[in-house]
Ligand binder design. Sequence first.
Ligand SMILES: Nc1ncnc2c1ncn2[C@@H]1O[C@H](COP(=O)(O)OP(=O)(O)OP(=O)(O)O)[C@@H](O)[C@H]1O
Ligand SMILES: [Mg+2]
Length: 363
Amino acid sequence: MVFERVAVRTFRNIVRVDFEPVSGMNVIVGENGQGKTSLLEALYFGATSRSFRTDRAGDMIQQGAGAASVRMRVAERGIRREQTAGLGPQRRLLAIDGVVASTAAGYATRTPVVVFCPGDLGLAVGGAAERRRLLDRLALFAHPETVGFRSRYARAMKERQEALSRRGTGARELDAFEAVAGECGARLTEARGEAAARLAEAAVVAFRGVGAPGLDLALVYRPGGSVLREEFVEELARRRGRDARSKVSGYGPQRDDLELTLSGRGVRRLASQGQQRAVALGLKLAELECVRLCRGVQPILLLDDVSSELDDNRVRAIYGHLGEWEGQVFVSTARGEGVDFAEVGRRGRADWVMVGGSLSRRV
Ligand SMILES: Nc1ncnc2c1ncn2[C@@H]1O[C@H](COP(=O)(O)OP(=O)(O)OP(=O)(O)O)[C@@H](O)[C@H]1O
Ligand SMILES: [Mg+2]
């Protein structure tokens, strides 16, 4: 899986970039604020129709411009396709070989991309929402329909909450909302549980490569709801009074978490900072492995500035891991020569320089 040619238009500070990355390692060097993350974000947007740094899609459109777009030629096992992701103020347009994609999930699973960014280092200790997002990204590849369950669940729960606050626990429409929420919530819980099991297996292996020797990582999915539809629906009905008073629901996948332990000790409260980062890296490498297994191709890897947040040993561990990586990689760094990528990129390397939103190849 390779991006062969990429055209970015009015995306963040990039007015126009056209480039042909190499199939191995692409290193993007630039000072702060020049557009390195924006370029990686553009690649991610072109492949998935989403951003990895914001939920507000409109932020990706260049200020003063009406729309942003990324067009790319993707090669998968020798077969080429043209993908276009466009973003206007109101809508997104996604097309593969000129045919409009019917769902964003279908579009996003065609070209698997995994991104590492400095924020991911909080994956082990930050809020559970990040870990749920990780599970959802994995579930997407195994069961693309999960996206629909998630949005229908959220809508039904919002309507239930509104009905509770306006008309009380006896409101007649509650049964219907809870039936939908129970159905979709149970399916989402099941998909996340499955994703967590795959992630756990891969994370144990990945952690050995980046973690402290002698420590074992364990990962357990703690669902906030149930995989059983009836149980889910009954529980929602039972909790009406409580949920009305607290104005949020205390039951369901919005409460899911992944419990992480290192040799029996909770990572969040008891692990050292270095260990917490190693766990986060282990999780990201496990994500990469799960997507690879699920999709049957090497995902394209985007590494945004990870070297700035990690000590040299850890950086070496990542690049050591990448030395065996057969897929295409994009690395951004402000440190330039500070990082030695010599052993990496057996399949060729190109260096690119980003200045004020313009990209040029360094020779
Ligand atoms: N919608 C937008 N329109 C125009 N410019 C934007 C938009 N969003 C962000 N920018 C600007 O784009 C510039 C590049 O940001 P980016 O995050 O890509 O930099 P970077 O090279 O990754 O820097 P750093 O090394 O500090 O991470 C910044 O000056 C930022 O303020
Ligand atoms: Mg950046």
